[in-house]
Structures are given as C-alpha cells and as structure tokens.
Design a protein around this ligand. Structure first.
Ligand code: XIL
Length: 367
C-alpha cells in the first residue's frame, strides 16, 4: 500500500500493543468518502473493496468460472467485495491450449469482461508453471517427440500468445510460478531439465515484450516469512535485477495452515524484496485447518490472514492482497489436502467468519 501508510503504521502499532482494535478510529473513519467502488455496485460502503480503496490497496479473489456462471450469490459477492480478480484456472496453459495450436480464450475473456463491467483490475495467472500443463506437451516431452529446442519455442510462443492476447488488460502477471523448491533449489521440472536455468530470465523478457505495461511477478508458496526458500528467491531476484531482466514484483501466495503456526516476520521479508526495487503482493491467501473447524481454529485462522494483511499494509510497495477463493463452498483445499478445509473468509453458506471480520477491521484501521 502507498497512501495512508503512516496512519496505518501508527494505528497498527497501537493495535499490536493493546491487542485490541482501536474502536474509535474505525468508527470515525469517513465512510461517506469510501468512493465510487461501492456506488458503482449500488451497495454500501461497508465492503472489503471500499475499505481497501481507502487504504490504497487492491483486494482480490481467485475466481472459479463455473461458480461465477452458476451461483448468483457467488457472483454478487465477487462484484461487491473485490476490486481485483485472478483466474483460478482459466488462464493456465492446460485450459488455454488443451489441443496443440488451438487456443481457447473464451472463459478467460469472460472473466476480463466481468472485471471491466464491475470496475475491477485483473491479475494474470500464470504464464510459466510445472503444473496444469497440457497433456500433449508433457507427453510429447516424455516420449522425446518434443526436443529441447522445440520446447523452448513452444514456451516462447505460449508467452506471446497469452500475454499478447491480454495485452493492456492485466495489471500484474504471475510470469513464473513455483520455480524454487522448499529446500531453496531451482525446482526440478521439465523447464529446468530441458532448457536450463536461463528459462526464468527468458520468460520475463518475452512477457515484457508481449505486454510492456504489465507488472511482472515471480510467485510462490512458503515464502511469507524468513526461510531457506524465501532466501533463495531473494538471491534469484537480486541476480535477475543485476542482469537487467524485467521483473517487477514478488508474489507470496500465502497458503497457510493453522496447524503449522505463522511466521511473524512477513513484514521483514516483504521489506527486503522491496529494497531490491520490487513491488510485492500477496497473491493466493487462504488459511486452512484440520477439520472439523472449531472456534479456536477459526480465531487462529483470522490471525493468519491478519499477519499477512498487516505486512502488506505496513509495507511501502505492497500493491495487492488476493485471497484464493473467498467462500469455503468452492475451496480447492479439501480436494488437495486430505482432512483439511474451511480455509476461506466466508463459510459454505457465505456467512462471515472471524477471518472476514479481521480482514475488514484491519483494512478499516489502515484507511
Ligand atoms: C489450484 C486451483 O485452485 C485448483 O482449482 C486447481 O485444481 C489446482 O490449482 N498454487 C497456485 C494455484 O499457483 O494456481 C493453485 O490453484 C494453488 C496453488
């Protein structure tokens, strides 16, 4: 966030010191000035997006296109609560090009149109990843039908196809996603194996040519605090900057779990990346828990969201804070982490959880 940083710092320090929100600050906040966003939606100013706007922050959510098309409450909440959206899946390579040479931009275009109609910005996710690749690509590489030279050409074409298609419509692109493993080594993927480590600089250069105005991000999970993986990113980004690679942002996914506890040094981590000349964002925040959920877990969860949001608000160049879905009704968590769930701000019936209240209160204090 940029505007109101000093106010945010003062208020949040007092929040930390007393352990309780400074209620009068929130209640005297100039709600009437909450801006166009709320007016555009015809709703009240008491939404995350109205509060985030006052705080100078983009607040986003990943969007599940089938939920958007089939669930009116979901659609209404996306429009009302957020001023930024990310495609949860429909901009990934497997979705865009399931058949080689046949590009399907339909669902992603629909999201971009929805965002425009609702005064929202769009984060692009993601140009380069080792997961959700089309079968023809992974099978071709495995069988040897696609050699290294052809793979490099396919990747380049993909970046130009996708970043070019959305040119001028995306404010931040997750150009490279999850390229380092939890030990701090470059991840062992087909990209590293076949193209060598230079592929990372290449994709940023290609993306910059295809869409010169978009802010280009490197993005990963388990990099929200100080650890070997975050250190490895720090060194990688430093090198990319030294090599004049067009990289502009460090994205921290923020997939946390109550059972692991939270690293309280998120702000320190954000600040060291900003000192390298990057902006920062939290890009996929959710805080899962072992099921069943209970009150202590839900309050711990609220604290997890708050730690990341506070780091963003207190930093100088943290521009967006995106949650990876906002209702437990459509969360990816139960399908990927056995026995875990309840990771989002709203429950399965769109009821507000303590985490929603915490996010709202923290935004209100910062505005
Ligand atoms: C997840 C989606 O939420 C799921 O619907 C999909 O089946 C798998 O991918 N890190 C990322 C996201 O960068 O793209 C992932 O999204 C979650 C982890």
């Amino acid at each position: 966030m940029v505007a109101g940083a000093a106010v945010a710092a003062a208020v949040l320090v007092s929040l930390n010191a007393t352990g309780a929100p400074a209620a009068p600050v929130a209640s005297v906040a100039p709600v009437a000035a909450a801006g166009q966003d709320a007016a555009v939606q015809g709703g009240n100013a008491d939404t995350l997006r109205a509060l985030a706007k006052r705080a100078g922050l983009k607040i986003g959510t990943a969007v599940d296109m089938s939920a958007l098309n089939n669930d009116a409450t979901y659609k209404d909440r996306v429009a009302a609560e957020f001023n930024s959206v990310t495609a949860e899946n429909v901009m990934k390579w497997s979705e865009i090009e399931p058949t080689r040479g046949v590009l399907n931009f339909g669902p992603a275009d629909q999201l971009v149109a929805f965002a425009k109609a609702n005064g929202q910005s769009v984060r692009g996710h993601t140009l380069l990843w080792h997961s959700q690749l089309p079968g023809w690509l992974t099978e071709g590489v495995a069988s040897g039908d696609i050699d290294s030279a052809e793979l490099r050409q396919l990747l380049k074409q993909h970046v130009f196809d996708v970043a070019g298609h959305f040119r001028g419509k995306i404010y931040q692109w997750d150009v490279a996603n999850e390229v380092i493993d939890d030990n701090g080594q470059l991840r062992d993927t087909i990209w590293l194996q076949k193209l060598g480590p230079g592929y990372i600089a290449d994709v940023f250069r290609w993306a910059h040519q295809a869409d010169p105005k978009a802010k280009l991000y490197i993005n990963d999970y388990n990099v929200e605090g100080l650890n070997a993986k975050a250190d490895a990113y720090y060194e990688l980004v430093k090198q990319l900057k030294a090599d004049r690679v067009p990289i502009h942002g460090f994205g921290m996914q923020g997939h946390l779990g109550v059972q692991f506890g939270f690293d309280g040094r998120a702000l320190q981590n954000v600040q060291r990346f900003e000192a390298l000349g990057l902006e920062t964002s939290f890009t996929e925040v959710d805080v899962r828990m072992l099921m069943p959920a209970d009150n202590p877990k839900l309050h711990a969860q609220a604290n997890g969201y708050s730690i990341l949001l506070r780091a963003c608000l207190l930093a100088k160049k943290c521009t967006s804070f995106t949650v990876w879905g906002f209702t437990d009704k459509y969360s990816w968590v139960p399908g990927f982490f056995t026995g875990q769930g309840a990771a989002n701000l709203l429950d399965e019936n769109f009821g507000q959880k303590p985490a929603y209240q915490a996010v709202k209160e923290t935004l209100a204090l910062a505005g």
